[in-house]
Design a protein around this ligand. Structure first.
Ligand code: ADP
Ligand code: MG
Ligand code: ZN
Length: 651
């Protein structure tokens, strides 16, 4: 900036000359006060006084106004040329005809760019350059020397023996298969000859696939901590920059660095940021830059041989959007699935995250694992942290089981709305609604077993919720799906049955049922009329709106869906009518205690009539008796106010 200001002053100097008339100039000239003149652009004339004249009182006013202008070489006056240049010269000769030649006024003629064009051609340009320079410095992270050329360098974090990650495999609970696979890969790097001497090739890459929060990043960090080889870690989005070609340059730079440090591991987290399949789900031509980056990644992965000692590890929770070229053998030849933990896995994860907490004796780890079906590691970590915070808020010395209960509720349903005003009417509707789910589920053979029902208002929308234990299974039969629908419709059916009218509280249930029904008919080919047809298209672009079937089929699908839901609904209403008494008891119990658990249901309804042991039962049955009692008591107090009454009813 200083440069620019200096520049402006310099060019501004001409404007400190004083404009005079040509008559005045002729007068000055006649007095012999003029030393030199310059005719600029044949339009005006700059006048420089002799040093002696400059000191005259006559010109003092000028001297005070502009110290600059008093310098020897600097013109003090200027005037606009009225006649031509020739006319002026003639006049000079006329006036000075008596002056000796050596004292005559020197004159030159000059072509000069005027102030504005000078400003724009140089000052403005400098300004632009400076601005650009500062912007680039900001973008490339500053530091000495401008860094402008570092933009194509990879931003990978680098770990080796001196600069170690503190996380070890012991911090990663469950995930035994994944850990084993990863350990094998690390072993490839440590002694490759063991594998190659039999002619085998070492895999180039492995892809960690799994839902969010299941510990993929954690596992990779543990590899960094334990592998004993250099480890580069970066995220897919680190390749992305607003400049064209930067992503590709960074990929090349990354691989260059990796080859120098081989044997080593490169970890690319959230690889879907660059690995999305090309030309899908976007406007044509929208994202060439990402495609270029992906292409250069593919090229680099092909470019190094299996003996180069670089293994690429990547993680994603969207394997479905990845480009198929990335997944082919020779690139990420191995896929390691990192799934949500089962009950044993959850117990192990709880153990890891409970370690730093001060625990009360009432805390039952197995009980916690049993109550958190469907939780990923991140949610479990969150529950443990919330429990500690809740206990601290209650000024406790140790974290008790009750704090964990509340933390679990909070993680599932959001913050408890203590002061959310619910009229007794509404509360009753919610209680019967949730009781309807519970009863319908209990007596439907294939429905998922219930873990607990709560009617404590939480969050924005949920007035109550029922939590089920998801079956650990991957194939569902029609019967199972229909039973699930029956359980889901149980809420609305109960309202209908008990109050003779329905409420808006069943919105999410109906949404779920509708989706399921449409999937059964049009995706899984489980409907007789439609037949073994699936309209699901795994390659479908997100921007495709056309239905892949005729209007007639659309109508048929809609009809079949409606029929199916109607049939299930009738069945649900019938079931609840038969079990009206049980519905009544559970609803009352809920109104009294707000939260009830599976063993409360068992107490009220008797053993579930369909005895195939669920993982949950096998697990809880295997527990020692006193432990079980501790859980039961705790669970009872989960029902709030009614502590002593619970003890009684349990006996
Ligand atoms: P993602 O699979 O989305 O990369 P992260 O690895 O980032 O998930 O996991 C987030 C957090 O959840 C971890 O920092 C850790 O605290 C916890 N976590 C997840 N899985 C596990 C696990 N198997 N064992 C212990 N903690 C876990
Ligand atoms: Mg992650
Ligand atoms: Zn419901």
């Amino acid at each position: 900036m200083i440069l620019v200001i200096l520049g402006l002053t310099y060019f501004n100097r001409t404007s400190s000359t004083v404009e005079i008339s040509q008559k005045k100039f002729e007068h000055m000239l006649a007095q012999g006060d003029v030393k030199a003149i310059t005719i600029v652009n044949k339009r005006h004339v700059e006048v420089t006084l002799t040093p002696a004249a400059a000191k005259k009182d006559e010109y003092r006013e000028l001297r005070e106004r502009s110290p600059f202008a008093m310098g020897q070489q600097v013109p003090q006056y200027r005037f606009t040329l009225s006649g031509g240049e020739d006319l002026l010269i003639k006049k000079l000769d006329d006036i000075q005809k008596d002056v000796p030649a050596r004292d005559r006024v020197e004159y030159r003629s000059e072509d000069r760019q005027d102030f504005n064009s000078i400003f724009f051609s140089s000052g403005f340009f400098i300004l632009l350059l400076l601005g650009f320079y500062f912007v680039m410095r900001r973008m490339t992270g500053g530091g000495p020397g401008g860094q402008i050329f570092n933009i194509g360098k990879s931003k990978a974090a680098y770990y080796d023996a001196e600069n170690k990650v503190k996380i070890t495999f012991a911090d990663v609970a469950g995930l035994d298969e994944a850990k084993q696979e990863i350990e094998e890969i690390v072993d490839f790097l440590r002694n490759p000859s063991k594998y190659t001497q039999l002619g085998g090739k070492i895999p180039k890459g492995a892809l960690l696939v799994g839902p969010p929060g299941t510990g993929k990043t954690l596992l990779a960090k543990a590899v960094a901590g334990e592998a004993g080889v250099p480890f580069f870690s970066l995220s897919g989005s680190d390749f992305v920059e607003m400049f064209v070609g930067v992503g590709a340059a960074r990929v090349r730079d990354l691989f260059k660095q990796a080859k120098e440090k081989a044997p080593c591991i490169v970890f690319i987290d959230e690889i879907d940021a660059i690995g999305r399949s090309r030309g899908r789900g976007q406007m044509p031509g929208a994202n060439d830059e990402r495609e270029n980056t992906l292409n250069s990644l593919l090229v680099e992965m092909d470019g190094f041989g299996t003996d180069s000692g670089v293994i690429i590890l990547a993680a994603t929770n969207r394997p479905d959007v990845l480009d198929s070229a990335l997944m082919r053998p020779g690139r990420f030849d191995r896929q390691i699935s990192v799934d949500k933990p089962d009950i044993l896995g959850r117990e192990a994860i709880f153990k890891v995250h409970l370690k730093p907490l001060k625990l009360d004796a009432s805390v039952d780890i197995k009980g916690l694992a049993a109550q958190t079906p469907g939780f990923a590691g991140a949610e479990i970590a969150n529950v443990c942290n919330e429990a500690a915070l809740i206990a601290a808020r209650r000024d406790k010395k140790k974290v008790e089981m009750q704090d964990f209960q509340d933390a679990i509720d909070r993680v599932i349903g959001g913050i408890e709305k203590k002061n959310k005003i619910i009229s007794p009417e509404e509360k009753k509707i919610v209680a019967y609604h949730e009781a309807g789910h519970a009863v319908a589920g209990w007596f439907s053979e294939h429905a998922e077993p219930l873990v607990k029902v709560s009617i404590v208002p939480r969050g924005v929308a949920a007035l109550g919720y029922a939590q089920y234990l998801p079956r650990e299974q991957f194939l569902y039969t029609t019967e199972q799906l229909l039973d699930d629908m029956c359980m889901t419709l149980g809420g609305r059916a109960a309202e209908d049955l008990v109050f003779g009218k329905v409420s808006t509280g069943a919105l999410s249930d109906l949404e779920r049922v509708t989706k399921m029904a449409y999937s059964i008919v049009s995706v899984y080919g489980m409907n007789d009329k439609i037949g073994n047809v699936s309209f699901y298209d795994s390659k479908r672009s997100d921007y495709m709106f056309e239905k892949p079937y005729s209007e007639a089929t659309a109508e048929l699908i809609d009809n079949e869906v409606k029929n199916m839901i109607d049939k299930v609904y009738v069945r649900t209403v019938k079931l609840l009518t038969d079990k009206r008494e049980a519905l009544e008891i559970i609803a009352q119990e809920l109104l009294k205690k707000e939260i009830i658990f599976q063993n409360d249901l068992e107490r009220i309804l008797g053993k579930r009539p369909f005895e195939h042991q669920t993982t949950y039962q096998a697990y809880t049955n295997g527990r020692s008796n006193d432990k079980k009692d501790a859980l039961t008591v705790e669970e009872k107090t989960g029902g709030a106010e009614e502590g002593p009454a619970d003890e009684a009813s349990k006996a």
